[in-house]
Ligand binder design. Sequence first.
Ligand code: TRP
Length: 335
Amino acid sequence: MSETERKKVILSGIQPTGVFTLGNFMGPIRNWGPLQDEFDCIYFIADQHAITVRKEPAAFRKQTIESYALLLACGIDPKRSIAFIQSHNPNHAQLSWVLGCVTQFGELSRMTQFKDKAAKHADDINAGLFTYPVLMAADILTYNADVVPIGDDQRQHLELARNIAVRFNQRYGDTFTVPEGYFPKVGARIKSLQDPTKKMSKSDDNPNATVFILDDKDTIMRKFKRAVTDSDSEIRFAEGKDGINNLLTIYSCATGKTIEEAEKEFAGKGYGDFKLAVGETVADYLEPVRTEFARLMEDKTYLKECWTDGAQRAFRLSNKVLSKAYRKIGFVDYR
Ligand code: TRP
């Protein structure tokens, strides 16, 4: 790629809501590192979004720092990519105000996540919860991001961001890039170890259902030993064998082997041995992330340097777009 040819910008915000699961990791997250070759990457911890739900300040601060460290531990290189904390760049909130003025009340009322969250937090339906998608649009548009990797729960918000961009551009002239969603082809869907018909979830009530990427080896082994299988005894991928299918998928993801290769490897073996082997493999697979996370958490000076540098670069980049939007709107120039 020549120097004048710009790489596409990929952008994503991650809520500081605790450690990722093995399912998150084997889905989108393990692609983060490799994506840096193809795109200019911007990743941030969405702490401003997080406060739409009440948070205990000390725990919240700790979670934000841990989430940032996790971002780096999962392969984001803070030199090649821009990795920062949302509240460190004031331009998101600045642009959010402007975009709110081209967003209709009715549009925001139709957001299903707002309706769900309002029902769940009926005692605190704050205005931030309502305008959250506008801030998300600002996150994206203030960097002229081309692509936004999102899960299904964020499709409607991205669609709104696109509509806002188009509307602003129509009203004031070309200003914002209209972002596309990014839905990677690969990415395994990992199921709960306790109910393999359900997705593996961060918030499962059963502590053995979910493997977290910072779990230690003993914990990982315990969870796999207790994984639910079936009354058959053959290790093969087949209809009605959700538990075994899930374990084969996990094994194949962690080793890069195909399902067929895995089936051959374990032909004739019992479920008990198979579960132990998958547990060992996953523990080894996650070990580098855990080690790197621990190292980063021991080095707060370095972490702080990284997020400060990230915020400064994010600020400079977003300023260009924000200034352009301000001019188009008719705000008076002051420099
Ligand atoms: N709303 C997203 C979530 O809850 C997080 C987020 C905030 C985001 N800003 C973003 C994602 C911008 C992509 C782009 O997961």
